[in-house]
Design a protein around this ligand. Structure first.
Ligand code: GUN
Length: 285
């Protein structure tokens, strides 16, 4: 069994991004800029945004966080997004999800200029991903593909079981795997007999938020297991959706939590923001 070390690869990608930032600055005078919208006081969202901001600082990006109270209204967030769409110093816009119940999330995501949509959540970019065209791809599944690539794990022709069908993780994960010529199954909360599907899989990609959902008896010998879950136990320990201790004994490769997919998500946010900045620099010339 080999560990898919996301922390190590993320560091390598960060170093490359930092070098590219220097080069972009030298040739165009531009510094990539990321704007983050954070609404309310959810500790997990605050922690994620903090990590993203620190990563931006490490690679030399300009970044700004628009912190808004839980009670903010739809129009005020819309005005902020419109401002960021117009701001030439901002290359990427990220709205940290989830948003409070009274906010229309879809409407906000649709308001983000597609060429600043570094999260890849705008329907324009979702459509480009499903048709296999270049665009912005959601950071978490993109990070998973980079991690597989780093370890020369080819998904072509493999039975891939994606567990969880969210817009942020499961659906774009399935699209990326399909684009890479895998045979893809998507399981979700309504799936009858999850084990039947996972047992048949050469590779399992799980992002559901359910601790220990994937157990040893649900995994084929030699499978690749990618744990996209991130959960906090009552003791405050970070764990994924996979029973790592027992499942790892059966796998060929497995991602740890923490240190697997999480750091890759942040590295891909940096990569997407750099990509947006390069596009904007080209369009200025
Ligand atoms: N909430 C959980 N994951 C994500 C993510 O990748 N991007 C944003 N914007 N919000 C999230």
């Amino acid at each position: 069994m080999q560990i898919l070390d996301g922390k190590k690869l993320a560091k390598k990608i960060e170093e490359k991004v930092a070098k590219d930032v220097e080069a972009l600055k030298a040739t165009t005078g531009r510094v990539p800029g990321l704007a983050v919208v954070l609404v309310g006081n959810d500790p997990a969202s605050q922690a994620y945004v903090n990590m993203k901001k620190k990563a931006c600082d490490r690679v030399g990006f300009y970044s700004v966080t628009h912190e808004m109270p839980e009670t903010i209204n739809q129009e005020a967030i819309e005005e902020t997004i419109k401002m960021m769409n117009q701001n030439p110093n901002i290359d990427g816009i990220l709205i940290q999800l989830p948003l409070p119940k009274h906010i229309d999330t879809t409407k906000l995501l649709e308001l983000v200029e597609p060429n600043k949509d570094v999260d890849g959540f705008h329907p324009y970019n979702v459509g480009r991903l499903t048709t296999g065209l270049d665009g912005f791809v959601p950071c978490t599944p993109l990070g998973v593909m980079e991690l597989l690539n780093e370890y020369n794990i080819d998904v072509m022709g493999k039975n891939c079981c994606v567990v969880g069908a969210s817009n942020i993780v499961g659906k774009p994960m399935a699209a990326l795997l399909l684009n890479a010529n895998a045979t893809v199954e998507v399981c979700h909360i309504f799936t009858d007999d999850l084990k039947k599907h996972t047992l048949n899989a050469d590779m399992i990609f799980v992002g559901t938020g359910v601790v220990n959902l994937i157990k040893e008896d649900m995994v084929k010998e030699g499978a690749v297991v990618v744990d996209i879950g991130i959960n906090k136990t009552e003791e405050g320990k970070l764990v994924g959706d996979v029973d790592f201790e027992n499942v790892s004994k059966k796998c060929s490769y497995i991602t740890p939590v923490p240190g697997g997919v999480g750091p890759m998500t942040i590295a891909m946010l940096l990569a997407n923001t750099l990509k947006a900045a390069k596009l904007h620099a080209e369009n200025e010339q």
